[in-house]
Design a protein around this ligand. Structure first.
Ligand code: DX5
Ligand code: ZN
Length: 240
């Protein structure tokens, strides 16, 4: 797919708040075959979650703007870029120019979060903040007007294939209540340890963006796995 056709086809699914989005994490994909891995999923997915790791904030290292840029030319899905890096401010422009739709920074490593989030919006991206499992929700209560998305980590960041930390379910419910009370159109993303067994409970708790790495790319048929997750999500949403 050429850059022009991919970009022209790109639909702003993030803005459609009636929809719960499934965002597979390419961390668990074959990174040398990203284009085919993602395009094989077709319309069973909504966005592509890109885990950027710097070997400092987290003990793992992945990829940077050049990979995001290439990917952006080859998929019509919006790219959801999760920056697990220290000093994210110096990189924001590069990721925005590379084609990120959302830019998510970690609360634990931003000194001036309000400024960082405003800058992300000024660069034309949706602004998100991520909280590690132990980071209190209260740390972002004064940032709500600057946020398009809250990402709750349900594992300690750094690796795919870890187990969902059960007490995060309560954190999801509290975050949903905080967002609803604000009346602001803020999305709530949950990332880490999501499986076909727990996804419905996570949606019922209030998440409207689901990241899944090993539950999609770690499966024999990633497309069938994504379709099954999508069905479970829609069913859970319909029962809300
Ligand atoms: C973890 C990453 C996640 C990870 C999720 O640091 O932020 O996006 O890829 O992988 P699973 O779904 O396998 O827990
Ligand atoms: Zn992630």
């Amino acid at each position: 797919m050429s850059f022009e056709s991919a970009a022209a086809k790109r639909e702003d699914v993030f803005a459609n708040h009636s929809r719960v989005l499934l965002c597979p994490s390419i961390l668990s994909a074959d990174l040398a075959n990203l284009t085919s891995e993602i395009n094989a999923l077709g319309d069973s997915i909504d966005m592509v979650h890109c885990d950027v790791m710097d070997g400092h904030f987290v003990p793992n290292l992945t990829f940077g703007p050049p990979v995001i840029k290439s990917l952006s030319k080859r998929t019509d899905k919006q790219l959801d870029v999760h920056l697990m890096v220290t000093n994210p401010d110096r990189l924001l422009k590069s990721y925005a120019e590379a084609g990120a739709s959302t830019l998510v920074v970690h609360q634990e490593v931003v000194y001036h979060a309000q400024r960082t989030l405003s800058e992300i919006r000024a660069l034309g991206c949706y602004a998100g903040i991520s909280l590690n499992p132990a980071t209190p929700l209260e740390t972002i209560q004064w940032l709500l007007p600057d946020l398009d998305m809250i990402l709750l980590m349900s594992v300690n960041p750094g690796f795919g294939g870890q187990s969902f930390i059960p007490q995060i379910l309560d954190k999801i419910k509290k975050t949903r209540a905080m967002i609803d009370a604000s009346g602001l159109p803020i999305r709530l993303q949950v990332d880490g340890g999501v499986t076909l067994d727990n996804v419905a409970e996570i949606v019922r708790a209030g998440a409207d963006m689901i990241v899944a790495g090993s539950a999609v790319f770690g499966q024999e048929s990633p497309k069938e796995a994504a379709e099954a997750l999508g069905r479970a999500i829609r069913l859970a949403k319909a029962k809300l």
